[in-house]
Design a protein around this ligand. Sequence first.
Ligand SMILES: O=C(O)C1=C[C@@H](OP(=O)(O)O)[C@@H](O)[C@H](O)C1
Ligand SMILES: C=C(OP(=O)(O)O)C(=O)O
Length: 412
Amino acid sequence: MNAVSVTPTGQPIRATIALTSSKSESNRALILDALTGFRCHLHNLSSARDTQTMIRLLRTDDATADVLDAGTTMRFLTAYFALTGQTKTMTGTPRMCERPIGLLVEALRALGADIAYLGKDGYPPLQTRGFQSTGLQELSIRGDVSSQYISALAMLAPYLPTGLTLNLTGTLGSVPYITMTLQQMAAFGVRPEADWGAQRIHIPAGTYQPTDYTIESDWSGASYWFSVVALADEADIELLGLKDESLQGDSAIVGIMDQLGVQATYTGKGYRLTKKAAAGQLTVDFTNCPDLAQTVAVCAAIKGIPATFTGIESLKIKETDRVLALQTELRKFGADLVEVEPNHRYEVRAANAPQPDAAPVRIDTYDDHRMAMAFAPIAARYPVIIEEPGVVAKSYPSFWEDFSTVAGVTAL
Ligand SMILES: O=C(O)C1=C[C@@H](OP(=O)(O)O)[C@@H](O)[C@H](O)C1
Ligand SMILES: C=C(OP(=O)(O)O)C(=O)O
């Protein structure tokens, strides 16, 4: 499928969506399970390609692990293979080979891992070639590039001879993903101690216990449904499988979308989304929920609500340069994401209303699932065409099937 046309149905939107589960929680649970010798019972693992890839790569003896475009799979498996002394070539898509991994490799080498870069230093592809502990007990690592390096080290740390103390430097980003890691480790029987004021995490030596563990629905995937409700004239959507107390930082979408006109009510089975009055403007710091930025940027621009964003620096090293991709695609609507303070503060400028006889805007997706899913909710108001819609498989393979319950979805 090269593109899909998504169009409003002209009817009030009513839907019940069974979301897939979180690929972040799934990929952590899979590493923890692997460290028990695959003795856990994991329930509701994500259908996301990133998770299915992790499952496959943990189970195969192949010498090469191709993670495709999955960041957590690359970072978590590199630490896993390196510190369990396995020889593996780690590679991925051309974009994955542009996403930095040097800070993690440096830390793993300091602990005793033998790792060779096979291309450019600091980036995949690389090869893990064995492990001999250096006995290092404490390590400093920057916390302002990707939290995935810290999660990867933390999950493996109990298996080091004396555990590990991590000193995190710089302004921390994506912290809820680190606390998710620590909470899941605790659920599997190893209790890390975090002192967030001192930016220090101590992980004792220990072993994970065979555990029965159920993964929650995905809040990042939920965000697109909030945007549908914010943009629709009339909508009532129930999202199944979300918890009121989540491990996922992207549950912050509830508070953000409250200002964009979405009332979210916990039902015991998930969340019911209905419409309420929106605020006149919006200010959001995405440092702890970077994956929500595209959803919120598109929604605010199309609703014509001026917004100020901070904390989106890490978007430049994700599936694509998401800042640039957003700017390019928002401009097609007369909207923009303007950098008003270099690399720090951005303003979302509102879209123009489309001319009645204008052809639908074509959205390029840049091999980025979140570009496709962030722009699709515009179809609650007017038609758009999404190029390469298959990109959604990375985190939410049934997205278009689910979306066809709220909009017309036609393959072009
Ligand atoms: O640990 C995780 O599961 C993730 C951490 C975040 O990445 P960064 O820590 O690189 O911001 C997030 O963007 C990504 O989708 C998933
Ligand atoms: C950034 C993302 O994933 P990853 O870094 O795991 O590839 C994402 O899912 O938006």
